[in-house]
Design a protein around this ligand. Structure first.
Ligand code: GDP
Length: 303
């Protein structure tokens, strides 16, 4: 299956390395733990999370009196689960409006895969859930963004509302909200500009969009999904932190998990932000978007 294959590719390095480490060390000592730390860091787990995991593993090794490194791999898996799942239970489901229109805002820096993800998400919602979807070309800033989204809308067979390049993105969203209401659409997915380098502008733009959405759909937006390129590792995590300061993020889409991504970024995001990863992107095709599944992910990472 694509999901597993995709994860295998991005995580084989990690599982290979912990297996190789276990094979190389006859006993568990400081040097072993140092190497384990390095492997976790290389996998993009993030330093503070690595410290947490390793100290819990050390404690477990002491309590269970483990001497064989090969027995540790199961503990690594357990600890990752416990650390990921312990705090709040995080739903990977889209938070749909109980009735009426659901509004989803998509944010993320240029190149992260926002447009592609909107296309894939629209397809998923139409195809798997039988809902009527409209997309709003709210990135009026990046040259070509509107046309690129229009190509996806056509491919997926959904309506697109667009304005002029350089125009007011909130006006586009306003038109799209009205069209959605008129046509009885279930879900409106709004693209936004990805210019994180101009934080004040972006913040104002997103605030205005939020206000306009609330005027038409008071409890909206129902989701603000941040698209993060998993191959950017800790930079991606830093970006996510910046975005979470600008607007309330309700979920993360990790793209390019089919590439060379080091899958530990999922744990790092949990550690730094406590925002659920809701979807992962596994390619450039229309059905290359999967709901994030923690169990499949961690077993894929460590197997
Ligand atoms: P945007 O600037 O954030 O809208 O990014 P795009 O949607 O244009 O994506 C940037 C590039 O990444 C494009 O070439 C996409 O085909 C590619 N891309 C997006 N998502 C994925 C993914 O999950 N896997 C792979 N391999 N490529 C992706």
């Amino acid at each position: 299956e694509k999901y597993v294959a995709g994860l295998d590719k991005s995580s084989s390095t990690f599982s290979d390395r912990i297996n190789e480490l276990a094979a190389r060390f006859r006993e568990i000592n400081d040097e072993y733990f140092e190497e384990l730390e390095n492997i976790l860091i290389m996998a993009d787990v993030g330093v503070s999370m690595v410290m947490k995991i390793v100290s819990e593993i050390k404690a477990e090794v002491r309590i269970q009196n483990i001497t064989d490194p090969r027995e540790i791999n199961d503990i690594i898996v357990d600890k990752m689960f416990v650390i990921y799942a312990n705090e709040s239970v995080m739903s990977t489901k889209i938070n749909y409006a109980p009735e009426g229109l659901t509004v989803i805002l998509m944010v993320g820096v240029n190149g992260a895969g926002k447009t592609t993800t909107i296309g894939k998400l629209a397809h998923r919602i139409v195809h798997d859930e039988g809902k009527k979807v409209i997309v709003a070309a709210g990135d009026t800033f990046r040259a070509g963004a509107i046309d690129q989204l229009a190509v996806w809308a056509e491919r997926v067979g959904v309506d697109i509302i667009k304005g002029k390049e350089g125009g007011d993105p909130s006006a586009v969203v306003f038109d799209a909200l009205n069209r959605a209401k008129e046509t009885g659409a279930d879900v409106l997915i709004c693209d936004t500009a990805g210019r994180l380098q101009n934080k004040v502008n972006l913040m104002n733009e997103l605030e205005k969009m939020n206000r306009i959405i609330k005027r038409v759909v008071p409890e909206g937006p129902h989701e603000t999904l941040l698209v993060v390129d998993a191959t950017t590792g800790q930079n991606g995590v830093s970006q996510a932190i910046e975005f979470s300061k600008i607007t309330d993020i309700t979920g993360i889409v990790l793209t390019k998990m089919d590439g060379t991504a080091k899958g530990g970024i999922v744990l790092s995001i949990k550690d730094q932000l406590n925002i659920p990863v809701k979807f992962i992107g596994l390619g450039e095709q229309v059905d290359d978007l999967q709901e994030f599944d923690l169990e499949q992910y961690i077993y894929g990472l460590c197997k």
